[in-house]
Each structure stands twice: as structure tokens, then as C-alpha cells.
Design a protein around this ligand. Structure first.
Ligand SMILES: [Zn+2]
Length: 243
């Protein structure tokens, strides 16, 4: 199959487009009180990929939703918030405005959900290494801030889990995901991530990202970690787009 054309400076243009859109809005409230009040998604979700389907899957059902065909390379994925309204504005403000003030409150919310709402998925003996999804190198150069890395570190500290920010590396040739057609996303990131040589094999891994959209990024990260020897891979994101 012919690989899509890689535009090396596409991330640069995408970054400025997002930044300019963000700067024209009033500042979002990223106080701890505001984030602690964000409503968690309460609707039905796919038991495997965590898709916000609005339909409750019965406990014990091993099947997934249509997004799970073919099955993703992770055991399960879960997201806390619907990516809309104040949550969407808040995450964009934290991400593009480099507002680390939101980090601790987001980690508190995620840790609370791990202990309570998803306690059956995170039993006491499960102690994964938290691996944040790496940002594109050019975006990091421009932004100097990767929200998943900060939230992942704070979550790992709260839960007593290991933090492995260097377990995955992102290449230069991946195009930005935001704004891409869903059908292009999987191809865009298929080979974008790799486990660097010399990194210790991680058995139990929690991939941490800010927003789950098509699942292409999560699948690419999980695939790379699985190839490197990981056995049990779960995905946790702050928010998720609603189907
Ligand atoms: Zn699913």
C-alpha cells in the first residue's frame, strides 16, 4: 500500500491553528474547584475499548463495540469525561496554554475513578507502569509542555505506581491527529511510536493520554509496547469524544 505523503511541517501549522483558536476564547476556569466539579460521563460504555456508546453492556459480556473489530492490542480502555463543553475548553486551555495548574486536580479525578468506579478493573495487586503518550517532537519544541506526561506523573505518584515517561518515543514523521479524517488516523500513527532500544521490558502498562478520539494513537502505542514484551496493557484518558 502506498504510504500517505508526510508533510514535515504540518504539525507546526496545526499547532499555530490550535493556538490562535485558543487565544481568541476567554480563559477557561482551571481551578481545582472547577475541575473537581466536572461531570464524569455516566452513560453506557463498551467494556473493552470504553467507547461512549450510550448503551450499557452487560457485565461478563466479552464482546466489544463495532470499534473493537479487529480487537485493539490493549486489554481495555477507559475515559472519565465526555470531551465537550467545559471539559473540552479546560483541556484545550491546559494543553495549549501550558497551564500546569490543572494537573493535580485531573490526577485526583482519575485516581478517584480508579479506586472507586473502576476498582474491579484495577485490583489491589495490579501495579502498572504509567507511560504517557509522547508528544510530537516539533510540538514539544513549540509548546514545551506535554499534558499527559504531567498528569501521568501525578497519577503515578498518587497511586504508588511506577512512572515510565521514556518507555515510548514518537517519531518525526507522524502528521497531527487533530483535524484528520478518522479513516486517516490509523495510517498516520501506525508506525509513529516505538520502544527505544535498551528500555527495560514493562509487563503491566497503563498508557495515559488526554483525549481518546478514534483510538488510533492508543492502538499504536499499545502495539509498540506489546511488540516490546508488555503483557497487560490498559489505556486511561482524561476525556473521550462522544460517538
Ligand atoms: Zn469497543
Amino acid at each position: 500500500m502506498t504510504r500517505p505523503h508526510r508533510a514535515p511541517f504540518a504539525p507546526l501549522f496545526a499547532e499555530f491553528a490550535h493556538l490562535s483558536a485558543f487565544l481568541t476564547r476567554p480563559p477557561a476556569d482551571l481551578s481545582a474547584a472547577a475541575i473537581l466539579g466536572w461531570p464524569a460521563y455516566k452513560g453506557g460504555e463498551c467494556l473493552r475499548c470504553g467507547a461512549f456508546t450510550g448503551v450499557a453492556f452487560p457485565r461478563g459480556c466479552s464482546g466489544g463495540c463495532p470499534s473493537c473489530t479487529p480487537p485493539p492490542p490493549f486489554t481495555f480502555a477507559r475515559s472519565l469525561f465526555a470531551y465537550e463543553g467545559q471539559v473540552r475548553e479546560g483541556i484545550r486551555a491546559a494543553k495549549y496554554g501550558r497551564r500546569a495548574v490543572a494537573v493535580e486536580a485531573l490526577a485526583v479525578r482519575l485516581h478517584g475513578a480508579v479506586r472507586d468506579r473502576w476498582s474491579d478493573l484495577f485490583p489491589f495487586g495490579f501495579r502498572p507502569a504509567v507511560v504517557p503518550v509522547p508528544i510530537h517532537p516539533l510540538k514539544y519544541f513549540l509548546r514545551g509542555f506535554n499534558l499527559p506526561a504531567f498528569v501521568g506523573r501525578a497519577l503515578a505518584r498518587r497511586a504508588g505506581w511506577a512512572f515510565a515517561p521514556l518507555a515510548l518515543r514518537r517519531g518525526w514523521d507522524a502528521r497531527p491527529q487533530a483535524g484528520s479524517r478518522l479513516t486517516d488516523r490509523r495510517e498516520n500513527v501506525r508506525d509513529a511510536f516505538r520502544v527505544p532500544a535498551g528500555v527495560r521490558t514493562l509487563s503491566d502498562v497503563l498508557i495515559l493520554d488526554d483525549v481518546y478520539t478514534s483510538g488510533a494513537t492508543a492502538a499504536a502505542c499499545a502495539g509498540a509496547l506489546k511488540t516490546a514484551g508488555a503483557r497487560h496493557i490498559v489505556v486511561l484518558t482524561v476525556a473521550r469524544t462522544v460517538l
